[in-house]
Design a protein around this ligand. Structure first.
Ligand code: ADP
Length: 176
């Protein structure tokens, strides 16, 4: 099986996912914010923020990720990834790829076999969605090629445009 076949796409709300882990698009202070971060903290309850404050008081550098429980979510874990604020410089792509890889590496370390991702950095952080979709899907595909312990990566895209951008890239990857 090609690794792109282990990637799924749905349009929807990531807080409702039943994958073992969901990823969050966090900020480097892990301080809570709007967008998907706000939705995850609202749905998961105060336990998630309490764990972040206790375990990562220094925050998380851009391009990396930390793990907490899922609080009241159906998912057992939340992976708090910090993507870059888009600047138009080459390092944006490195940092965004690294944020996805850090989440996947946490999955491997914690025995997490199914994980859902939002479109990191394409909201308030303004990363162009076509570029971000290509980078996210290629980075995940590459990782899965060498990490058979992960069975499913599902992207949960909130709006029609974002879903269409990811669908366009994934359709090509799956026919390669
Ligand atoms: P960033 O600061 O990394 O850009 P945002 O939360 O602003 O993060 O946006 C990232 C993406 O998450 C956007 O496409 C936004 O529409 C989407 N999003 C917002 N709420 C949800 C949700 N509940 N489930 C999935 N995606 C969401």
């Amino acid at each position: 099986m090609k690794s792109a076949d282990q990637i799924g796409l749905v349009q929807g709300d990531i807080t409702q996912q039943e994958t073992e882990a969901i990823a969050n698009a966090a900020n480097s202070k892990l301080a809570g914010g709007g967008g998907v971060d706000g939705a995850i903290h609202r749905a998961g309850g105060p336990q998630i923020m309490a764990e972040l404050k206790a375990n990562y008081p220094q925050g998380c550098p851009t391009g990396q990720a930390v793990i907490t429980s899922g609080g009241r979510l159906k998912a057992r874990y939340v992976l708090h990834a910090v993507g870059p604020v888009y600047s138009g410089r080459p390092k944006d792509a490195q940092l965004l790829a690294s944020a996805y890889r850090s989440c996947l590496s946490l999955c491997s370390q914690h025995g997490i076999r199914t994980v859902a991702f939002p479109s990191i950095s394409t909201g308030v952080y303004r990363y162009p969605v076509e570029e971000a979709a290509s980078l996210a899907l290629h980075t995940v595909t590459d990782y899965l090629t060498t990490h058979p312990e992960i069975a499913l990566v599902r992207f949960v895209l909130f709006d029609t445009n974002t879903y269409a951008a990811y669908h366009h890239v994934l359709a090509r990857l799956q026919t390669l």
